[in-house]
Design a protein around this ligand. Sequence first.
Ligand code: PBG
Ligand code: ZN
Length: 323
Amino acid sequence: MLPTRLRKNRAVRCLVRETVLTMNDVIYPLFVVEGTGIKREIESLKGQYHLSCDMLADEMRELSACGVKAVILFGVPDHKDGYASSAYSDEGIVQRAVKAIKASAPEMYVIADVCLCEYKSDGHCCFFESDGQIDRKRTISTLSRISVSLAKAGVDMIAPSDMMDGRIEEIRKALDAAGYESVPIMSYAAKFASSFYGPFRDAAGSAPAFGDRRSYQMDPANADEALREIDLDVEEGADIIMVKPASAYLDILAKAKERTVMPLAAYQVSGEYAMLRNAVDLGLMDERVLFESLVCIKRAGANLIITYFAKDVKHLIESYQEA
Ligand code: PBG
Ligand code: ZN
């Protein structure tokens, strides 16, 4: 056996290629802000922008030209309080963004991240009791309220990223009761307490004011626990399961793929983007590494990839997939 026989030229490499990256695999994250006429580059995420709602129509045209078919929205509200009230307001920043996108680009598939951290004064993903314990019931009921409000605004899918136990079941019930049975839930099921989120917290203004997220996000050392989390969310009614971050957690993705028949998403997070973007810009690695990073995430088992590189994927595929 001489394995190099099947690497000799482009044609044979394509014939034996096991993993093919396409534009159907990628989802682009967008950060929406209050105000008008705003397209401001995010300092921690070069090449990514804060956009006001009136700028979204142009952004949708750019995304369509790049072949991007799905976005996930993150809100950066002006008003934060102890209740995360701007997250479930019908006039909330994401609710308005969903309407703006649907008005200008009805074919764009719009997913909304659901969490409290961007809307709450303390930057945490949950409410706490007076003794410092997580107030799970109150958190889940607010997450449900946010989800219903986003469904009402016309969102196509919701994606809870908080990591509270039992939230998928409650959100599903709330959506169904409000008449949104057909809105799917993509659960951040195995979300790790990761320093790879560093640039995002700056972009979304959601750094915790005290402590960290280790009492609700997962310990990076654990793999079996990730599978338990995934099992629970599937039982509770999640339609898509997510692993996050992606590149340092490919073993989790591979194990998840073996275990579940659910569609599997991976989030190539802000820190992964920043490392690769900067390394390529500095000339330390060539651009092919961007394609490699994505195709490897797919090879590990992801059917969907949330990536800040989504706009570049068409070009990367054309340049490096040899199809
Ligand atoms: C909010 C949320 C975070 C990310 C997605 N949703 C930050 C966090 O949990 O601290 C991270 C995304 C990224 O780093 O690109 N819960
Ligand atoms: Zn959060």
